[in-house]
Design a binder for this molecule. Sequence first.
Ligand SMILES: Nc1ncnc2c1ncn2[C@@H]1O[C@H](COP(=O)(O)OP(=O)(O)OP(=O)(O)O)[C@@H](O)[C@H]1O
Ligand SMILES: [Mg+2]
Length: 274
Amino acid sequence: MYLEFYGLKENPFNVTSDPGFLYLSDTHKEALDHLVYGIKERKGFIEITGEIGAGKTTVCRALLNYLDENTRTSIIFNSSLPESQLLEAILLDFGITPRRRSKGAFLRELNGFLLEQLSEGNNAVLIVDEAQNLRNPTLETVRMLSNLETEKEKLLQIILVGQPQLREKLDSPELLQLRQRISVRFHIKALKREELRKYIEHRLTVAGYSGDIIFNDEAIDLIARYSGGIPRVINVVCDKSLLLGFVRETALIGRSIIQRSIEELRGNYSLAAA
Ligand SMILES: Nc1ncnc2c1ncn2[C@@H]1O[C@H](COP(=O)(O)OP(=O)(O)OP(=O)(O)O)[C@@H](O)[C@H]1O
Ligand SMILES: [Mg+2]
């Protein structure tokens, strides 16, 4: 709606997890570094946590650009699938169409695939997003997948990505065997104020903006306080603010526009009263 007014090619503050908009803040870079390290070193289990909207899915999607062609990946975004369907989804995402549809057959096919990858000098990675939703029996099956190994190395690197409840879940006594196997873990943190400013600028630039700074210092302070440095919340406020700026015909987003946007997000105002 406001794209033309600001000279933007696309919406800078969409809430999809588009890796094309990735801003490598310290915490997102560290998350990627941990992932790449864990995969290359064949560490088996890797756990990535972060608050809601902190950028976990974005990091998973971006990770694919950091892996070489010898690394085969399977990404599961729907972690609430029943066990057997989850195994099938894993196979399909590795590019294998199972010949028979049973849990045992899926496991055999997976094992065969992993051994084949090893013989070709390849590495295999399973990424499970929203892993806090995995039921305990499914987590147990996932743990068993990690038993596929040679004497020297893990055939499958398994990345569990989830909200902080994932950590609590893995702390339960019945998942002790799995927890002990996690050798790399990282928690994605909120953006610091200075990073938040750069994050906003980065997204504007990727969206094609080439003008002067839109958000002034006061605006950044207010966004930092309201969002707690969580990217998805930052996006929602910024999107509202650009819309409000467009309504007011100004490209300078300052205190009053941010305040009004936040009020509106809290449900206290409507844009009609802008
Ligand atoms: N480092 C980043 N660079 C650019 N955009 C980001 C970054 N981190 C998060 N975002 C943006 O913030 C929004 C939320 O990110 P994402 O969906 O990855 O969060 P999440 O942690 O997976 O959330 P949830 O807990 O709901 O699954 C998306 O629009 C995403 O593009
Ligand atoms: Mg997510």
